[in-house]
Design a protein around this ligand. Structure first.
Ligand code: NI
Ligand code: MN
Length: 232
C-alpha cells in the first residue's frame, strides 16, 4: 500500500492512500504554510476532508476547499449538522468503531477517537484513525492532552503513522507526547501543532530524538510543504 503524506504546518495534512486523497484539518493558509490555497486545490486531489474539532485552526480552509473541489467532509455529528445546514455534503459519525466509507472510496474507513480538549458547542473534540482495507494507516490525534485511553488505540490498532501535537499550552507537550507514543505504538511518530504561534513553540527535533532514543518508534519531522512516501 502506497501512502503519501504532505504537511502544511500546524495540524494540516493531506494523505494519499493508494490514490484516495484525504485532507485532515486543512488550514492550508496557516502562518507556517508554504502552499497557497490555489496551489493546494490545483495539485492535490481531495476526496474527503476530516475535521477533528470546531476550532478555527482545524476547520481551517475546509469550506473553501469543499466549494472549490466538491470534496465531502467527515466529522463528529454536531459539526456534520452545522456544515450540512450551510449546504455542504459530508458524513457525520461519533467516537467508536470505524465508519465504513466505501461510498467515498472502496475499503476506506475512519474511526473517531476521544481527544481531551474543547470544541465550542460542536459535540466533542476528536482524533481520527484512517483505515484502508482494514489496515490502520494513520492516526491524527487532533488537539489533545494526554489521556490514558490512548493505550486502547495501541492495543486495538497500533496505527502505522501517528500525528501528535507537541506544542504544549493547548495540547500535549513533548514529554506528554512521548508517553502517548508509548501507548499508541505507531511505526512512525510525526509531530504537529508547534511553532505556529508563540505559546506553542517547541523543538520537533527534540521530540524525534527522544522518541528514537527511547526506542518507541521511528520519527520524522516534516517541513511545511514536504511530502513523504511510505510503503506498507
Ligand atoms: Ni483546538
Ligand atoms: Mn489547535
Amino acid at each position: 500500500m502506497k501512502v503519501k503524506l504532505t504537511y502544511f504546518g500546524h495540524s494540516a495534512f493531506h494523505v494519499d492512500i493508494d490514490g484516495i486523497g484525504i485532507a485532515i484539518d486543512p488550514w492550508i493558509t496557516n502562518p507556517l504554510s508554504k502552499t497557497t490555497l490555489d496551489e493546494y486545490v490545483n495539485n492535490f486531489k481531495t476526496d474527503l476532508i476530516v475535521i477533528t474539532h470546531a476550532h478555527e485552526d482545524h476547520i481551517g480552509d475546509s469550506e473553501e476547499i469543499m466549494k472549490r473541489t466538491g470534496a465531502k467532509f467527515f466529522a463528529i455529528h454536531e459539526i456534520y449538522v452545522d456544515l450540512t445546514k450551510k449546504g455542504f455534503q459530508g458524513i457525520g459519525a461519533n467516537i467508536g468503531g470505524p465508519a465504513k466509507l466505501d461510498d467515498i472510496a472502496k475499503g476506506l474507513a475512519i474511526a473517531l477517537t476521544p481527544a481531551t480538549h474543547s470544541s465550542y458547542d460542536k459535540g466533542v473534540p476528536t482524533g481520527a484513525i484512517i483505515f484502508k482495507d482494514e489496515i490502520p494507516i494513520l492516526y491524527h490525534a487532533g488537539d489533545t492532552g494526554l489521556f490514558a485511553e490512548m493505550q486502547f488505540i495501541g492495543q486495538l490498532y497500533a496505527p502505522k503513522i501517528a500525528l501528535l501535537p507537541i506544542g504544549g499550552h493547548y495540547t500535549m507537550d513533548i514529554e506528554q507526547a512521548l508517553l502517548a507514543v508509548k501507548m499508541i505504538k505507531p511505526k512512525i511518530a510525526i509531530p504537529m501543532h508547534y511553532n505556529t504561534f508563540p505559546p506553542i513553540r517547541a523543538d520537533p527535533y527534540e521530540f524525534k530524538k527522544k522518541v528514537e532514543e527511547l526506542g518507541l518508534a521511528e520519527s520524522r519531522v516534516l517541513e511545511p510543504g514536504e511530502t513523504v512516501e511510505f510503503n506498507f
